[in-house]
Design a protein around this ligand. Structure first.
Ligand code: GLY
Ligand code: MN
Ligand code: MN
Length: 445
């Protein structure tokens, strides 16, 4: 992502905020994993969206219309000794030269400088309630100003959650963001195909996870957007299963929900395939219902449709399929109204996707579902999960299927960013057979 992209975002935000306001955006705190070990640092999405600044201990301040610079960055100073131990820092000069700050100050000086920046501003935009330490810090700055009221210092009177403006901006992806998300989806697609190619009975779920991580990292995606779900058999029916430590058994399906993060943008893909390379009759019958629901929902991803239309289309196909297979009885409309599908499909058909896997952006405007517009990216992820239960024929037990794609709304309709991973059952079987043929040949040679 270029410097210009970040400048453009800050300008747009400042325009929406108005001249008598100020925005304060903090980097994420560092989190301890265990003694002397920190969790890998991931910048806060809002902070990174506006700055592109990857370091911890930083605060960005936007002051629209300020004569001596509108974008100020508080960050760590250069320190050869600390940098020898813990890695390079941009320093104050780097913050200005490389990251476009109009001015940069040591983070250690923030308490002295920030109250002055708040003076004579009416509205303060910040992510209230997200970080209690930061909330307290902002209130301390405000209280300092209040004490000076007799000297004629004006304290801001309005505190506004930054989310409303910023998260609406993040919902519409620019051409550069789309390019990055396409890449995130392409890398995850290669990872899923690799898992399909190497899968065989007797392997452990975590070994498939290892293939996913390996392929993603090979292509520059150092982190996953969320912990990978590799659930075989009954584990495929646990929506957020992450133990990934069961053996893969012949005759079972394996559900992989995995997406990488590339330059802070997420992909989120699920595929379900037979461990042994061939779907059983019952597995294929259920799989085809979910696949039809996936296609029907994607068909509804067009500008002008509202957020819930893909979900409604998926529900219709899934419920109709459950009736056809004898798993539900009654009229499809009534079953949908009564949510009779819920024991088999208990989540929604998708969510916004962006820097966060469950990305920001409102799903409703007032009482109405949001209308889809070009630049929005969402997932389409219908599923069916058949846990052992009274009245359910045994042949369906422990089949968990989800097929999840990442979809960009375009001017004409949509683009499926994850289209490179096969989802037709014949295609999956062919890909897996190709693997075993190659392998057999290698053994013969
Ligand atoms: N991987 C989380 C989800 O599909 O929403
Ligand atoms: Mn998802
Ligand atoms: Mn997912």
């Amino acid at each position: 992502m270029t410097k210009i992209e970040f400048t453009r975002r800050r300008k747009r935000l400042m325009q929406a905020m108005g001249r008598d306001s100020i925005a304060i955006v903090s980097a994420s705190p560092v989190r301890q994993r265990n003694r002397d070990v920190e969790y890998p640092y991931r910048p806060d999405s809002d902070f990174y969206y506006l700055t592109g600044f990857p370091e911890q201990e930083a605060v960005a301040v936007l002051v629209p219309g300020r004569d001596h610079g509108e974008y100020l960055l508080f960050c760590r100073e250069n320190d050869p000794q600390m940098e020898t131990w813990n890695g390079r820092r941009a320093g104050l000069e780097g913050a200005m030269e490389r990251y476009g700050a109009d001015d940069a100050f040591p983070i250690s000086d923030i308490d002295e400088i920030l109250p002055g920046l708040l003076e004579n501003r009416e509205r303060v935009y910040y992510a209230m309630g997200c970080n209690t330490d930061f909330d307290r810090q902002v209130m301390e700055w405000i209280n300092l100003l209040r004490k000076k009221s007799r000297a004629g210092v004006h304290t801001p009177g309005e505190f506004i959650a930054l989310d409303h403006l910023l998260h609406d901006m993040r919902l519409y992806k620019s051409a550069t963001e789309v390019k990055t998300m396409r890449k995130a989806a392409q890398i995850a697609s290669m990872a899923h195909q690799r898992a399909m190619r190497v899968c065989q009975p007797g392997m452990m779920e975590y070994q498939l996870e290892a293939e996913i991580l390996h392929e993603s990292m090979l292509h520059g995606a150092r982190f996953q957007a969320y912990p990978s779900i590799v659930g075989s058999g009954a584990n495929g029916c646990i929506l957020h299963y992450t133990e990934n430590e069961s053996p893969l058994k012949e005759g079972e399906l394996v559900l992989i929900d995995a997406g990488c993060e590339y330059e802070c943008y997420a992909s989120d893909i699920t595929r379900t395939f037979p461990v042994g390379g061939t779907f059983s009759k019952a597995q294929r019958a259920l799989y085809e219902v979910v696949l039809e629901a996936n296609y029907a929902a994607i068909e509804q991803v067009v500008p002008g449709n509202h957020w819930n239309q893909p979900h409604e289309a998926a529900l219709k196909v899934l419920t109709r399929g459950l009736v056809r297979l004898g798993l539900l009885k009654g009229r499809v409309d009534t079953l949908i109204k009564n949510e009779a599908y819920r024991p088999f499909f208990m989540h929604r058909t998708g969510h916004w996707l962006g820097m966060d896997v469950h990305d920001v952006g409102d799903y409703k405007v007032g009482e109405e579902w949001r209308v889809l517009e070009p630049g929005m990216v969402l997932t389409i992820e219908p599923g069916l999960y058949l846990t052992p239960a009274k009245g359910i024929a045994k042949k369906w037990w422990n089949i968990g299927i989800r097929i999840e794609d990442d979809v960009l709304v375009t001017k004409e309709g949509c683009e499926v960013l994850s289209r490179e991973v096969p989802k037709e059952p014949d295609e999956i079987e062919a890909l897996m057979a190709g693997r075993s043929l190659r392998k057999k040949r290698a053994i013969r040679e």
